[in-house]
Ligand binder design. Structure first.
Ligand SMILES: Nc1ncnc2c1ncn2[C@@H]1O[C@H](COP(=O)(O)OP(=O)(O)OP(=O)(O)O)[C@@H](O)[C@H]1O
Ligand SMILES: [Mg+2]
Ligand SMILES: [Zn+2]
Length: 373
């Protein structure tokens, strides 16, 4: 079987680590100056580069080329070609120990940490412990770790990775350099998918790439896995329709068109649009959820146009412009529409006829809106 995209396309250098600018810059600078810390905490949402960055640090610490070539070292990157770098990439290095705190084996490994940490590196400069899913560690494990962090041997680097940093004890936090990873901007994910598609000779529409990226909600891994899955089972080009059917989500353009009808108070065309969407087998609950999110963004932009900076991370640039334009037509009365949609969404989840609560809420909120006018 071929390698999963998310493994093939794991960033091999800080240069390739996307959407995490401050982290990337700080760590690369530290690497240039050879000033690595003994303990790091990488926290943040899934699929944003925590494990990837931990391995980059491991390579920086042990790369042979860096040790031999001062000029190369100043670039602040691993060489990715020496034996050390290759072994780390393949998970074969004796001195880079990855512990999955969520697994049984992880629990045993944590129990022995105090002893294993004393073992001097076999062939490398550093022994690097990467503790993944660190929020799952037991109290005993944290205690063992704390002891190790209080006086780490010169040759040890401990990296904790977690999606739930609030579960990490303060005593641990204060001893580690902390980095908080962010959800990746949609456009950045889309760009990486485009790059992968090109490399893998996958023919895919840009709307399809956008919808995959939106579905991933800031996770590179989710986006890459979805592309992988779609590419492996579709023979022809990957279209927006293919993605819509696979993920049960509707692309931006249709949600936009429908929201235009709602904001214009056009009940007649809105009902027809809804019905034709329903006939295509669209997931109406998910559609309503995405619609609420869409109109919520329009509302927020209406009352605070500066929020466009924050939304720029969540939607494509041309879509943001459409949202900003809609925001100029938004008015206080539309708040009732949002409320009605939220209520409908709650009812739809349990209804055998999910389209009905949606239709009723649209008719009710838009017809009363007309009377007020
Ligand atoms: N910042 C990034 N830039 C480019 N690609 C990325 C980035 N983050 C993640 N990826 C892609 O996603 C894959 C998974 O990333 P990684 O294992 O580093 O995620 P993680 O943050 O450790 O997630 P989890 O919390 O689920 O363990 C990588 O192999 C890579 O293909
Ligand atoms: Mg990880
Ligand atoms: Zn190397």
């Amino acid at each position: 079987m071929s390698r999963a995209f998310y493994r093939t396309y794991r960033p091999a250098s800080f240069e390739d680590l996307l959407g995490q600018d401050p982290i990337q810059r700080t760590l690369r600078e530290a690497s240039k100056q050879d000033k690595l810390a003994h303990a790091y905490l990488f926290a943040g949402p899934r699929g944003t580069g925590k494990t990837t960055t931990a391995r980059l640090i491991a390579k920086i610490a042990n790369c042979d080329t860096r040790r031999k070539d001062e000029k190369f070292r100043k670039l602040g990157e691993p060489c990715n070609t020496c034996q050390q770098c290759k072994d780390i990439d393949e998970g074969r290095s004796m001195d880079v120990i990855e512990i999955d705190a969520a697994s049984n084996r992880g629990i045993d490994e944590m129990r022995n940490l105090k002893e294993t940490i004393r073992v001097v590196p076999s062939v490398s400069a550093y022994r690097v412990f990467i503790i993944d899913e660190a929020h799952q560690l037991t109290k005993d494990a944290w205690n063992a770790l704390l002891k190790s962090l209080e006086e780490p041997p010169e040759y040890v680097i401990i990296i904790l990775a977690t999606t739930e940093s609030d579960k990490v004890p303060a005593t641990i936090l204060s001893r580690a350099q902390q980095f908080y990873f962010k959800q990746a901007p949609l456009a950045t994910i889309a760009k990486k998918l485009e790059h992968i598609a090109k490399k893998e000779s996958i023919v895919i529409d840009s709307e399809a790439i956008e919808l995959i990226s939106a579905t991933a909600e800031g996770s590179f891994r989710d986006a890459e896995s979805l592309l992988d899955q779609l590419a492996s089972f579709s023979s022809g080009p990957i279209t927006l329709e293919t993605v819509e059917l696979t993920v049960g989500k509707i692309g931006f353009d249709k949600i936009f068109e429908f929201s235009e009808l709602l904001l214009a108070g056009n009940i007649k065309d809105a009902l027809a649009y809804l019905s034709s969407l329903y006939e295509t087998g669209a997931n109406m609950v998910q559609f309503t959820k995405d619609l609420i999110q869409h109109i919520r963004r329009v509302a927020v932009l209406h009352y605070n146009p500066d929020m466009n900076e924050s939304f720029a991370r969540e939607v494509m640039n041309d879509h943001l412009q459409k949202l900003e334009h809609q925001a100029t037509h938004f008015n206080d009365k539309h708040i009732e529409l949002i409320k009605a949609l939220i209520e409908a969404h709650g009812q739809m989840k349990y209804s055998k006829f999910p389209i009905i609560p949606l239709e009723v809420s649209i008719i009710e909120s838009l017809s009363t809106q007309k009377q007020v006018k």
